[in-house]
Write a protein that binds this ligand. Sequence first.
Ligand code: IMP
Length: 180
Amino acid sequence: MHQDMEKILISAAEIKEKIDELGRAISRDYSGKYPLVVGILKGASVFMADLIRAMSIDVQIDFMAVSSYGASSKSTGVVRILKDLEQNIEGRHVLIVEDIVDTGLTLNYLLEILKARGPASVRVCTLLDKPSRREINVPVDYNGFSIPDEFVVGYGLDYREKYRNLPEIYVLKKGVYKGR
Ligand code: IMP
């Protein structure tokens, strides 16, 4: 195990099994439609790549980048669009793909922006959910795993831009990660 990690929380095999399940559910729910699947950079990039390959329907993909945290891990509620969509989403079925919903502030802001553009529907798929940290109620339509209030990294998730490449999800050692 990587020296900065306290423990493994979710194994690569568990992630794969869950993504296959999510891909099947999404394919069933969007059957006959051509959704625009929107990955939120950078955290959701690894999940997005695996999730779309678990879908059996035709999809279009796009990406958005927002910043809410800067270099620190504290949520401020201030969200900035760093990269916007290339696609016009008017009349489209949009599926937002997130790595983790924590306070919900990022997602709440994203949903407001995207709904204002007149999509046919907007749903949310997140790999991880930390319900105990929620500050604002946001609808999560597809959730991989609900996890306790611990700072996690790996499989796309970072601490100060590191650890995104780890294939599993880990709890970071307290000494590495200095509070929120
Ligand atoms: P929220 O606005 O508080 O819901 O934060 C959402 C974003 O915060 C996620 O997309 C992540 O980028 C980041 N984040 C929240 N919790 C964690 C964590 O445990 N590890 C890594 N990133 C996290």
